[in-house]
Design a binder for this molecule. Structure first.
Ligand code: ADP
Ligand code: ZN
Ligand code: MG
Length: 479
């Protein structure tokens, strides 16, 4: 049987580090990249007798995430201990949530090639992150860095509702965009702020029961997730087709070989001996509290998109690209306001900026220039100081080494030639060098003009004003 006879089933458990200033149960800082073990205290290093106190911001951020993904908010929630030993977790348990997570039963809408689809969210709960092991190549041992221990996480568990790697990719992108919009996490995947456990199973089409799943832990790149799902689904199909059974396992995806490898047998909930953490009080949320958080939610991508369709007359597709990231969308609005030409700003974002981001595999949040600089670029073109083809070169400079576009064009000598005398000189020179084009034009071939303008642009390295060139060639040829 071929792959077409099977259906892939995917569920994601996404961990997002919350962007609170301090940790979940102590006052230590959460900044990324600090020197090892400089952001620690007795609580997050699990000294005997140290007592955790829940950071209120963590609850607020988790509730925000729940409301933004259409979840019910649990009025009576609590923290539970999830027991396991790991060298980067000195408590020998994680403080998580078991049977009373803060948020349950939500959903996120994604756009697939067959229309929109709702992906169910089973739950969102809060928990503490573990420390980090740095494997020491010189000493041969491993060093423990506890700066990350106690950084707050939310875990967003989806229903097994996705049916292809494409749907999983869309779901994760949409979730990331929502978390960015509500500003609860910076979602920097390369720093591990957003990572996903990917659960995959397959079943024959038409079958009701789900197949046995495997789980790939801690994945933090969209591309690897797509590749890993496709590989793992095919591996499972091959195992089943060979008459063997899938075992419940935790797998490791290896990017280089493009294969999954078994890490360990999967543990079940009962293995963790969950119980309510006796050091922490219950989390009781009032209606008023939940309403206040609801009122504080910013405009979400869906409604921003709708607003763009009406307010700026953007196409559905363009509005979707711009609102897919809060960062792009803010850039669009700010640069639009400064330049007074939001249409042009939108065009830069949809075309050249998106292309460069794609080619360099960058996230919009890492765009190095700001709205003011993009606005200046648009204004320089509008004023005729530079042509749009020079504009493209300025944009590339902005990505390389961001500074004022005015400065860039002065420094590079890219100012557009709009002086009548200078343009005329170029036009005459090009005409003299291309008698055939003159003959073509006289014979009724209007296309010859395009060629001549092209030659003039080449001669001036894109600096001549194309409208003026066009006009002046016509004048000279019609003389
Ligand atoms: P655990 O934490 O032990 O992995 P959970 O039930 O919390 O278990 O999470 C399971 C995740 O796996 C969820 O995202 C769920 O949608 C997904 N899942 C469950 N069963 C299957 C299955 N048969 N195939 C694919 N995904 C599944
Ligand atoms: Zn601490
Ligand atoms: Mg899991």
């Amino acid at each position: 049987m071929a792959r077409d006879d099977y259906e892939i089933v995917i569920g994601l458990e996404v961990h997002a580090e919350l962007s609170t200033k301090t940790k979940i149960f102590c006052n230590c800082k959460t900044a990324f990249g600090a020197r090892p073990n400089t952001q620690i205290c007795p609580v997050c290093t699990a000294m005997p007798g140290a007592l955790p106190v829940l950071n209120e911001k963590v609850v607020e951020y988790a509730v925000k995430a729940g409301l933004a993904t259409n979840c019910e908010i649990e009025r009576n929630s609590k923290n539970d201990r999830k027991n396991y030993f790991y060298p980067d977790t000195p408590k020998a348990y994680q403080i998580s949530q078991y049977d009373k997570p803060l948020c349950i039963g939500g959903n996120i809408e994604i756009e697939t090639s067959n229309g929109t689809k709702k992906i169910g969210i089973t739950r969102i709960h809060i928990e503490d992150d573990a420390g980090k092991l740095n494997h020491d190549d010189l000493g041969g041992g491993s060093l423990v860095d506890l700066n990350r221990a106690g950084v707050p996480l939310i875990e967003i568990v989806s229903e097994p509702d996705m049916r292809s790697s494409e749907e999983a990719d869309k779901y994760l992108k949409k979730l990331k965009s929502i978390l960015e919009y509500i500003e609860v996490s910076d979602c920097k995947m390369e720093e591990g702020s957003l990572r996903a456990d990917v659960n995959v199973s397959v079943r024959k089409k038409g079958e009701k029961a789900f197949g046995q799943r495997t789980e790939m832990k801690n994945m933090n790149s969209f591309r690897s997730i797509v590749r890993a799902i496709d590989y793992e689904a095919q591996r499972q199909i091959d195992v089943i087709e060979a008459g063997r059974k899938i075992s419940q396992e935790t797998l490791r995806w290896d990017e280089v070989s493009g294969k999954t490898f078994s890490m360990r047998d999967k543990e079940n909930a009962e293995d963790y001996r969950y119980f309510p953490d006796p050091d922490l009080v219950a989390i009781k949320l009032s209606e008023e509290y939940i309403q206040n958080v609801k009122n504080s939610l910013p405009e979400l991508p869906e409604s921003r998109k709708k607003r763009y369709l009406e307010q700026y007359n953007l196409s559905e597709k363009d509005a979707k690209i711009i609102t897919s990231s809060k960062y792009l969308s803010d850039l669009f609005e700010k640069a639009g306001e400064i330049s007074g030409n939001i249409k042009a700003v939108g065009n830069w974002i949809i075309s050249d900026i998106s292309r460069i981001l794609n080619e360099t595999e960058q996230d919009p949040i890492s765009i190095p220039f700001d709205a003011k600089q993009l606005a200046e670029l648009v204004m320089l073109i509008d004023k005729g100081t530079i042509s749009s083809s020079i504009g493209k070169k300025v944009l590339e400079e902005l990505f390389e080494n961001p500074r004022s576009p005015e400065e860039i064009i002065k420094e590079k000598g890219w100012i557009q030639i709009s002086d009548e005398g200078a343009i005329k000189e170029i036009v005459l020179k090009i005409l003299e060098a291309n008698p055939q084009s003159i003959a073509d034009f006289k014979a009724g071939k209007d296309r010859a003009i395009g060629f001549l303008v092209g030659q003039a642009m080449k001669e001036t390295k894109g600096k001549a004003n194309p409208q003026m060139l066009n006009k002046m060639f016509l004048e000279e040829l019609n003389k």
